[in-house]
Design a protein around this ligand. Sequence first.
Ligand SMILES: Nc1ncnc2c1ncn2[C@@H]1O[C@H](COP(=O)(O)OP(=O)(O)OP(=O)(O)O)[C@@H](O)[C@H]1O
Ligand SMILES: [Mg+2]
Length: 328
Amino acid sequence: MSLAFEVKNLAKHYGNVKALDGVTLEAKEGSIFGLLGPNGAGKTTLVRALSTLLEPDKGSAKVLGIDVIKNPQRVREVIGLAGQFAAVDEYLTGEENLYMVGRLYHLSAKETKQRTKELLERLNLADAAKRQVRTYSGGMRRRLDLGACLVGRPKILFLDEPTTGLDPRTRLDLWEIIRDLVSQGTSILLTTQYLEEADVLADKIAVIDRGKVIAEGTSAKLKAMLGGDVIEIQLESERDRQKAEQAIKGIAKKASSYDEATKTLTIPVGSDGSKSLAEVVRSLDRAKVPIHALALHQPSLDDVFLTLTGAKASEVATDAKPKRKRAA
Ligand SMILES: Nc1ncnc2c1ncn2[C@@H]1O[C@H](COP(=O)(O)OP(=O)(O)OP(=O)(O)O)[C@@H](O)[C@H]1O
Ligand SMILES: [Mg+2]
């Protein structure tokens, strides 16, 4: 198995801040690796280390088998980087921006023209090709920025929060482009603050916080850690409770619970919430149980963090207490 990238014990400190505090990760070639974490977690620092923009204090990093510290120049030849903030020239047109990048890559004038045209079309920017970038919307800038890092046909792409601040429609467009690139063999490292994004795109996810990896695996595995999705049914009437519980028995993965104050039945459904939601609706309909409201809750990044840090805190507490007792 060849690896898109691998980092071992990577550390980078800024004074007292441990931006990376011993990170070890690896990603398969041809896959999407999602790096998930809140503000200040160390995502950008890791991306910068992998793309040779900063030298780590400790540890090692390789991109497509090439050592980032020993051979930064060779690494730069195979990577594309779309930073957290679009790095395009406001006063050039979209076309001119890509053209300039092509020439920086030493493509011939003819090849650059061809590549520019092709990318503008692919990124849905053909209509705006001759407009100055300062007239572009945020989503258009992000697409152009992605285009700029595709000019050199990179084998691996680093995308630092490519969809933060985009509207849902534009986000979907970008997801589509990213999937397309991967289907053509590109490896991708994507950072995001949205679990949903990592969920639909990434083959593997690492959650980082304060420079450390706190969880790693497929999205199914991470969600399973949280106990999975939950469906909430608010009943019209207390009288339907038994009938409803009976109807959803086969769907619940664990015991359901009922809240009298809100007449709400909560059903844990594991990892395939939307499929279960349809089953719940059908079953309740068959049982002729009127529903006041229905909601599907999928674990969010907040849930991941609450669970992860909560679990850690309680481990520390239960570990520490008996020791203190024994000592006394
Ligand atoms: N050049 C720097 N000088 C000082 N501190 C830095 C520097 N770069 C990063 N840091 C600190 O390192 C930590 C990690 O920053 P980083 O930018 O990697 O986080 P991030 O996960 O990308 O956050 P965000 O989601 O906000 O982009 C933060 O506490 C940040 O303040
Ligand atoms: Mg960042």
